[in-house]
Design a protein. Sequence first.
Length: 473
Amino acid sequence: MKKISILFLLMLLTPLWAQSADTLRVNLDQAIRLALKNNRDIRIARMDVEKAHAAVKEAFGYALPSLDFSAGFTHFIQKPRMPFPDFNALLNNATYGVLFKEGLLPYDPSKFLPLKFKLQSFARTNSYQTEVKVTQILFNSAVFRGIGASEIYLNMAKENLKRAIAKTVLDVKKAFYGVLLTKDLEAIAQSRFANAQAHLKNIKAMRAQGLLSDFVEMQATVQVENIRPVLLQLRNTHEDALNGLKIVMNIDQGMPLKVIGKMEYRNEALPSEAELIKEAKERNLSLHVLKIKNQLDNELTAVDRGGYWPTLAAFGNYSYTGTGEDWDFQTYTSSTVGLSLSINLFQGGRTRHKVQQDKIAAKQTLEQISTLTDGIEMQVKSRLNDLKRVQKQIEAMKRNMDLAQRAYQMAEHRYQVGEGSELEVKDADLQLNNARTNYAKAVHDYLVAKASLFDLVGRVDQMYFDLYAEYLK
């Protein structure tokens, strides 16, 4: 028994020896801030906001003037040729025709050459061309509606980031309260173990005086040893809870972690069910995302409907060109301005079917909004009922715990003075342990239900959103 006690004491003290100056100590707020800094979902949502900002700038870019520059150089190794009337025959016939007509020479038909086509080249060996072109869209429905769609997409990305922040806050609270619960349960088991050891010590003293038998001491010893594995199991459960909190905070599993704080219950007035449901429908972040998505669906429908409308653009270009047989280029410039109008007359009904798909997508989003709204209402009622139930029980549990503590002290005292029995002490110890455990679990359930309810109604401390103010502004 001495060896077992020493081993158990070493197991209890080992975590204290293992703690070093590198132990991370966090309260609830610090844990939330660290998780918000490290959470991967928030990083992804933040990147989506950055991408949406770039999409807005891209959409504006389509409405701004487009400036293009092009240049090229051509050298013919073998010039292209094409059939063309023989210039020599044309010139010869024209000359003799004038001479014969003016009577300068006697008419001689043999002087006329037959007109035939001859392969000739009109290209020069080397040429280059540079051109600057400016294009400005004056009207294009898809371009202008695309700007609005990109801004709605940016708003949706921001709401997704806020939803990721709120989810992280809730996950940390649940994990943190879980650590505090296991810590309290371990403390309750430790207190019970200490009570059992003190009771065993009293029994040994009374047995030394010949007041009790060996059997009673054996029973008390067995009770102490039965509590020992429960305490060890709760210690492991507490370590598992700490590891779970590390995962939520996204920190190294090997880093020693210690939470600061305790579970506290405050009797507070809860809002009415109607108020909470109304608040949830107005502020729930997941619902916000779907509503913005519905706006985006409608805007994308308008963008695709732009395929029915014409495109009007103004353009102007300036070119500088040179040609030559060798490198003695002859150069010239040219410039033009104008308007271009284009409209699709038929493309197989693609625009109509695309718009139809967009309308269906918008209707699907509306159905999702209705489904989520009903689900949120049900969850608000459930969480509120949980809070009310725990509120009704928790005060009674607190009183019951105080009574159980007094009952145990009285049973222990009665046993010491010879008025009570060992069974009374065991029963009082069991009732005290149950009362403490039930109270700790009730407080934990209340805090978790409250955090979940506040998440449903969109109540998140603004200071956590402010950590990403540069992305949410």
